[in-house]
Design a protein around this ligand. Structure first.
Ligand SMILES: C[C@H](CCC(=O)NCCS(=O)(=O)O)[C@H]1CC[C@H]2[C@@H]3CC[C@@H]4C[C@H](O)CC[C@]4(C)[C@H]3C[C@H](O)[C@]12C
Length: 323
């Protein structure tokens, strides 16, 4: 399972946890403007916005999990099992495969408003990348500084939801995730008042009691509530250091520790957490075993080139000994 979010301090940030029990050798990948993006059913993009994000690169093609373009538009794909339903080719629509969706959107658009318009003509077509890389059941969050949307291709068709909280996890469908927040409206960052039974003497014996009932388990609906509560109440200073620290703490509130979710003989963990400064095009990340923040700045690369540039994730703790 996964959790994605956006966050605005002075700059705007977008990132996600990738939670899984294995990895696909993902890298931080910069796709410069003149890399030729080929698509299965529509014309190639010879020149487009540059992208930075995490991908698995197969036969020279960046299969992005999440990315941001040089205009500050961001997008992440998260698992959506049982619900994702991709369609046969529709000659009246623009047929984009799920693995092309991030390049197609981020290659061309600057804002969520533009993407919303474009999505009216899109059909997410059921063509897989290859036998080795079959279709994954995904849904997406797309964000800019102003707004976020969630895109879900389900049995009934393509649903585009406004995402007023700027958070996405996994199942159930996004309308249900949002509805579920109704159940938590009494949670508060302030100490509780005794509404339970005013005649009883009840004591606020601990800090944090205003949010008792906030879910702490690792199911996708609980992570959604936890991440929304943390993000919406987040306060941070305006510096880059303060903002990215806060962003990683937001993601940390929904992260997975090895041992708590068993999958056969393996355990789900947060493989990486990312935080892209979408204004500056800097992609920061941590991995499960590297708590130090590493970063790749897209503007340090030649963005007019034709070749993708990738950086392997730095793994293993970088411990700064003080004596
Ligand atoms: C599995 C991940 C979601 C994490 C998650 O939620 N894990 C719970 C698993 S479980 O439900 O608990 O078992 C998702 C998120 C993004 C995905 C890639 C997107 C590009 C590409 C698309 C191609 O079509 C197939 C290969 C491809 C590399 C994808 C592989 C995989 O699907 C990725 C990593």
């Amino acid at each position: 399972m996964c959790t994605a979010a956006n966050y605005t301090a002075t700059d705007h940030y977008f990132g996600r946890n990738l939670d899984l029990e294995y990895s696909y050798n993902e890298t931080v990948t910069v796709t410069p403007r003149n890399y030729v993006f080929k698509f299965r059913q529509v014309d190639e993009l010879r020149s487009h916005h540059a992208l930075i994000g995490i991908s698995t690169n197969v036969d020279g093609y960046p299969l992005y999990y999440d990315a941001t373009n040089e205009k500050g538009l961001s997008m992440a794909g998260l698992n959506f099992p049982e619900n994702a339903d991709y369609k046969p080719e529709d000659p009246k629509k623009i047929n984009i495969t799920p693995f092309e969706f991030i390049p197609w959107v981020l290659g061309q658009y600057e804002t969520v408003a533009e993407v919303k318009e474009a999505l009216k003509d899109i059909n997410l077509v059921n063509i897989s990348f290859s036998k080795e890389y079959p279709l994954s059941p995904l849904h997406w969050i797309i964000s800019d500084r102003e707004e976020s949307i969630t895109v879900e291709s389900v049995k009934e068709g393509l649903h585009v939801y406004d995402n007023p909280v700027g958070v996405l996890t996994n199942n159930p469908t996004f309308d249900k995730q949002l509805f579920n927040l109704n159940n938590y409206m009494t949670l508060s960052i302030d100490p509780p008042k005794n509404n339970f039974a005013p005649d009883l003497v009840l004591d606020t014996y601990s800090r944090g009691m205003g949010a008792i009932g906030l879910p702490g388990d690792l199911s996708s609906s609980s992570r959604f509530v936890k991440a929304v509560f943390t993000k919406i109440n987040s306060v941070s200073g305006s510096s880059e250091s303060e903002a990215i620290s806060q962003f990683f703490h937001i993601l940390g509130s929904a992260a997975q520790q090895r041992g708590c979710v068993r999958l056969g003989d393996k355990y789900e963990i947060t493989i990486y957490s990312s935080c892209c400064n979408t204004d500056k095009g800097i992609y920061y990340y941590k991995t499960y075993e590297n708590s130090q923040i590493s970063g790749v700045d897209m503007h340090k690369e030649n963005l007019d080139s034709e070749e993708i540039i990738s950086y392997s994730l730095i793994e293993g703790q970088q411990i700064k000994m003080q004596n």
